[in-house]
Design a protein around this ligand. Structure first.
Ligand code: MG
Length: 388
């Protein structure tokens, strides 16, 4: 019989040391909440059959939004300390009778399938450990008491792995002894007399706790995005009766309107095609067929948000968006910053990464005769470098 491996992922902390208004595990990294990335690593691992999240009930709505679509057990409410939260997760797993359990912190999103594999392959209780490169000193009242032998020290991480029944018994023993202060499960297991082994940790498996942690992770991520791509897009819509034009998601009053199946926003349509072009994932018509009635009159910011999601799904980032609008009227210049701001907002990038120019075509051609409006766009994106 194959053994049932469960994972308890603890996310009940209220820590806002990362600087945001939200607890750190709900802050986004690479456009995805940290907790989702951490939990998905287990939920999508073929050797892990049950994932038991432990959360703070005040975060329930954020939690549900963050993990939508993942195959998880219903979350349970955490306790006053990390240790209490792990016990709550272990207790909730009891009806499923797992043989082994992994305990992981939701603030460590970089856990790899290989690390989870190594944990499961290590028998009994074991923890991921890394050699220490800094010299570590014991200090009391600002004074060095002792210099520790670095060769024997290890920095430890999660996931930590245990035989389920042993860890649950150890936790119950600690709770019965009114001990609630163990900061990791290995310490509790050691206290309870369980032998704890080690396996190789990963230096990339860092905990995102402070703004500096997020900055370090961001820098490492940028360094991985070596596949630089530029895509172009172009769009035309005809003027018709109406009183406004939608341009870059901004409503601009005008003596005419624009025809089109959706809201006919040429700037956003050109940008969507530019991004899809950079991804080599078709064009706007493939993803939002004009024949589909659900896109009638649709607000085009949905299309741009979709294209941006596709970039994120590929693990990438948008470096720059640039649009040129051609028409005799309305005048676009006065709305330039409003449009740039709106595009930056939809794309989730900073304002200095959005360019917008407007020109007339000197009364030449169909734009010159004010029969229509056109936009062309370039999108520069970065994707993770291919491993080949
Ligand atoms: Mg169009």
């Amino acid at each position: 019989m194959t053994e049932v491996v469960a994972a308890v992922v603890v996310a009940a902390g209220r820590g806002t040391r990362a600087g945001g208004a939200r607890p750190k595990q709900y802050q986004e990294f690479r456009g995805v909440p940290v907790i989702r990335t951490a939990i998905a690593a287990f939920a999508e691992h073929p050797a892990v059959s049950l994932v038991q999240p432990v959360i703070h009930l005040a975060d329930l709505d954020q939690y549900r939004a963050a993990v939508a679509g993942l195959n998880l057990l219903e979350p349970v409410s955490g306790g006053a300390t990390r240790q209490d939260s792990v016990l709550a997760g272990l207790a909730a797993l009891a009806p499923h009778r797992p043989q082994r359990v992994l305990v992981h912190d939701a603030a460590r999103p970089f856990v790899t399938p290989a690390l989870i594999e190594r944990a499961i392959a290590t028998p009994g209780a074991a923890i991921p450990a890394l050699p220490v490169t800094d010299t570590i000193k014991l200090v009391t009242d600002g004074r060095v008491v002792e210099t520790l032998d670095r060769g024997r020290l290890r920095a430890v991480q999660t996931p930590q792995v245990f035989d389920y029944a042993d860890l649950l018994a150890a936790h119950r023993k600690a709770a019965a002894a009114d001990r609630h202060d163990f900061t990791d499960d290995a310490a509790l297991a050691e206290w309870a007399g369980l032998p704890v082994g080690t396996f190789a940790g990963e230096s990339s498996n860092i905990k995102l706790t402070t703004p500096e942690d997020f900055a370090i992770a961001e820098k490492a991520y940028r360094a991985e995005l070596t596949d630089l791509r530029v895509g172009s897009g172009y769009d035309v819509h005809a003027f018709a009766d109406g009183d406004h034009v939608m341009l870059g998601g901004v409503r601009i009053p005008h003596t005419r309107g624009v025809t089109g199946h959706s809201d006919a926003d040429v700037a956003l349509h050109a940008l969507v095609d530019a991004i899809l072009g950079a991804l080599a994932e078709g064009d706007i018509g493939v993803h939002f067929p004009p024949s589909d009635p659900q896109w009638r009159g649709a607000s085009s910011d949905k299309f741009l948000a979709f294209a941006v999601e596709r970039v994120k799904a590929r693990g990438g980032a948008i470096a720059h968006l640039d649009v040129t609008v051609v028409c005799e009227a309305p005048r676009v210049g006065p709305h330039r910053d409003a449009i740039r701001t709106r595009i930056a907002e939809i794309a989730g990038i900073s304002l200095d990464r959005v360019g917008l120019k407007a020109t007339t075509s000197e009364k030449l051609g169909f734009t010159g005769r004010s029969e229509g409006i056109t936009a062309s766009a370039l999108a520069t994106i970065r994707l993770p470098g291919s491993s080949t």
